[in-house]
Design a protein around this ligand. Structure first.
Ligand code: SAM
Length: 218
């Protein structure tokens, strides 16, 4: 799924590459002139270096060990997949090395709302913003920098929380996850001795999830 969402790029960066599969896809399909793949873990980077060794020898790919965008200054497309939304925001907003890439594809494992809010506030245009299922459920946020004179997107609270595309297009995976979340909340609500504050919070969450399923999210 992630590979199918990647755009052609001059310099593609795969931050937190682990095995390096997405970088391999970009290079194999000649979708970028150059690729930088990086990881904070030496062991992960070594896996990608093994997989990508033919491209490294050709001078089309370079592996770098280190934190976030420090390893990828000036890439025009950045992929960050498999980290928390908070970690992704931390990488983009790092005061020394952070930047909003011209094109990006992010797959936050959690805190997708935080990431959407940061991106829209930082001048990004979110082109795709949906949930898919591959065994587990995954959120994906694909976008680009706003063009000159282009107005910022007006995301509602529900769109930040659940994803604009999810609410408009209602993909199957998103509805299945919402149903699962609703069952979980109902399960917590039936636990004996639940504190009043927890009950109130869970009831608010339940109402929101029911609103999504009735196609009436606020
Ligand atoms: C769950 S793996 C995901 C790998 C790959 N992106 C994918 O989606 O299949 C997350 C990877 O991010 C790396 N990582 C975590 N924090 C990082 C950071 N701040 N900078 C670079 N890499 C990081 C981890 O070492 C790990 O290899």
């Amino acid at each position: 799924m992630l590979c199918s969402l990647l755009e052609p790029a001059a310099v593609f960066a795969d931050v937190g590459c682990d095995h390096g599969y997405c970088t391999e896809y970009m290079l194999k399909n000649s979708l970028c002139s150059r690729a930088i793949f990086s990881d904070i873990s030496r062991g992960s980077l070594a896996k990608a270096e093994r997989l990508l060794s033919p491209y490294i020898r050709e001078g089309r790919a370079e592996g770098r060990l280190g934190d976030g965008l420090r390893c990828a200054p000036g890439a025009d497309e950045v992929l960050i997949a498999g980290m928390g939304g908070r970690e992704i925001v931390g990488i983009l907003s790092d005061e020394n090395y952070g930047y909003l890439p011209e094109k990006f594809l992010f797959q936050p494992m959690h805190d997708a709302e935080l990431l959407r809010r940061y991106l829209v506030g930082a001048g990004a245009f979110l082109e795709r913003d949906f949930t898919f299922r591959d065994g587990k459920f995954y959120d994906v946020v694909k976008g680009r920098r706003l063009r000159e004179g282009e107005p910022p997107q007006d995301y509602s609270s529900a769109e930040y929380a659940f994803g604009r595309e999810n609410l408009r297009e209602r993909p199957k995976a998103f509805l299945e996850r919402t149903e699962k979340q609703l069952r979980e909340v109902e399960g917590y609500l039936s636990v004996p001795g639940l504190g009043e504050r927890s009950r109130e919070e869970l009831l608010v969450r339940k109402k929101k999830l029911e609103g999504v399923l009735k196609n009436a999210a606020e």
